[in-house]
Design a protein around this ligand. Structure first.
Ligand SMILES: Nc1nc2c(ncn2[C@@H]2O[C@H](COP(=O)(O)OP(=O)(O)OP(=O)(O)O)[C@@H](O)[C@H]2O)c(=O)[nH]1
Ligand SMILES: [Mg+2]
Length: 474
């Protein structure tokens, strides 16, 4: 439900300056039409920012000014004193509503006349020009509370020029990067408007509180989602009865391979489900990943370099005592051999041919469970490689980082690169790593609700940690 007390902002300006991008970002709506063709937005469209059943605020996307000169001439001919100006604007819209030439002006002025506050958007990467003065004057004539946002579409910086002009027409002028604005920038716009407009001070302050809580809530929900996924992945196995074949031995190997493949696919699907759920927590539908990010985050969980990039570094594995067996099984050489194998080899190779990972430790257990009437039952899994949960966590952490920081104005594929000098898990404090090590162990042995809950809470802490230098997004 919206009411007159629902803060409503008309986002207005010249064509192609990022108005729709700002609407998408502030309303967290990926469906807003954005394009580099001027005139993309044809009509005024309202986008509500909702939380639960409540509308926190509304952004009205509008077409850009087309005939500011003619509108201002018309207005100037009708209003002789400042007090008549707002009425002249209203009269203009009434008289031109069905005049195609002023379609865009009427669309953008109507929400303002209906009570919306004004967010005037300019591109600070282009020089200031007199033509914008006409637009600013028309907006000034409405008498509505208004704020200017300097968006930068490009790397040149004319924001100083812009400020000098904007300061004369707007009591608040802020820089706002539609693509990269972070949570605090978004909150900053709402807070500033709360200062500007007495009507909305109280609802906007409440909204800021709701958004802060929601941010924590989304992170915790994501952490629980990822905890559930890791716990599932740590306990998954595939089994099937081996039917006796004529050639002894060959059936074993084939079945082992097909079970391994099934196990891999199940884990990969489970990971995808967790990611989809995290994306929907942050109000994203299906997102495209660019090629290299796809390699890192989307392709074969087992075949990419991910093991080295996402898991614990060898040193950390050694320190945490996870690979003490490796030392017994062949010392440091075997350990390094194991690590480099991880870089290139898929799970099939790890389980099958090469057999040994970290000096005799298999990636997943392959067990003969026993003989039945039909034959013997073979089980592959659960995956027991010590690095496995760390790799899952690393991937989920990076994915969450990208999604939670991504503005809904972005239309290009998700992209990320990982540093090869800084190790992701090394960013975590020692005590968190120790607790994780313990919980992964408990969960690999079957776990319980308590362990799952603990992992969720601990991952909430991990997700709150900036992966920093180990990860660079766009
Ligand atoms: N690099 C960069 N590009 C931006 C930014 N804001 C908008 N753009 C791009 O600028 C173009 C225009 O953005 P829109 O949001 O569609 O602009 P608009 O003002 O709504 O345009 P019309 O509806 O045509 O008036 C798009 O290609 C955006 O991706 C920004 O902050 N940085
Ligand atoms: Mg637009």
């Amino acid at each position: 439900m919206t009411s007159v007390f629902t803060p409503t902002f008309a986002v207005v300006g010249h064509p192609n300056k990022g108005k729709s991008s700002i609407v998408a970002t502030l309303a967290e709506d990926e469906r807003v039409a954005i394009s580099n063709a001027p005139g993309t937005t044809r009509n005024a469209n309202a986008h509500s920012m909702r939380m639960d059943d409540q509308v926190l605020y509304v952004l009205v996307d509008t077409p850009g000014f087309q005939r500011a000169r003619e509108v201002l001439d018309w207005l100037e001919a009708r209003a002789t004193s400042a007090s008549e100006r707002p009425a002249a604007v209203a009269q203009f819209v009434r008289e031109h509503e069905s005049d195609e030439r002023f379609h865009d002006e009427c669309e953008l002025l109507k929400p303002i006349l209906a009570g919306a506050g004004i967010l005037y958007v300019v591109d600070g990467a282009k020089p200031y020009g007199r033509e914008y003065e006409l637009e600013m004057q028309i907006l000034q004539w409405t008498g509505s509370p208004r704020m200017a946002l300097i968006n930068m579409i490009g790397s040149d910086d004319y924001s100083l020029q812009w400020r000098q002009a904007l300061d004369q027409y707007f009591s608040i002028v802020r820089s706002f990067d539609a693509m990269n604005a972070d949570f605090d920038n978004r909150i900053g716009v709402l807070r500033a408007f709360a200062e500007l407009d007495e009507r909305w001070r109280e609802p906007l302050e409440r909204t800021v509180g709701v958004l802060n809580e929601e941010r924590q809530r989304r992170r915790l929900r994501s952490a629980r989602e990822i905890a559930g996924f890791i716990a599932d992945a740590l306990s998954m196995s595939e089994r099937e009865t081996l039917v006796d074949s004529d050639e002894p031995g060959t059936g074993d190997e084939q079945l082992k391979q097909s079970l391994t493949q099934r196990l891999q696919q199940r884990i990969v699907r489970r990971e995808q489900t967790a990611r989809d759920n995290v994306q929907s927590i942050y109000r994203w539908g299906r997102l495209e990943l660019n090629d290299s990010t796809g390699e890192i985050l989307a392709t074969d969980l087992f075949a990419s370099e991910g093991w080295e990039l996402f898991g614990l570094s060898e040193t950390k594995l050694l320190i945490s005592g996870l690979v003490s067996g490796a030392l017994a099984g062949g010392g440091v050489d075997a350990l390094l051999g194991g690590a480099s194998m991880l870089l290139g080899a898929g799970i099939g190779a790890l389980l099958g041919g090469a057999g040994a990972w970290f000096g005799g430790h298999e990636l997943a257990k392959v067990k003969v469970l026993g003989e039945t009437l039909g034959g013997k039952v073979l089980q592959v899994g659960p995956v027991s490689a010590p690095n496995f949960p760390w790799v899952l966590l690393g991937r989920a952490w990076v994915h969450h980082h990208l999604i939670s920081e991504r503005n809904h104005a972005r239309r290009e594929a998700v992209s990320v690169s990982l540093s090869d000098s800084q190790h992701l898990m090394d960013v975590l404090p020692d005590d968190v790593r120790k607790l994780l090590t313990r919980l992964f162990k408990v969960l690999a042995q079957g776990g319980d609700d308590e362990a799952l809950k603990d992992l969720g809470n601990l991952l909430d802490q991990v997700l709150a940690t900036d992966p920093g230098a180990a990860v660079s997004g766009p």
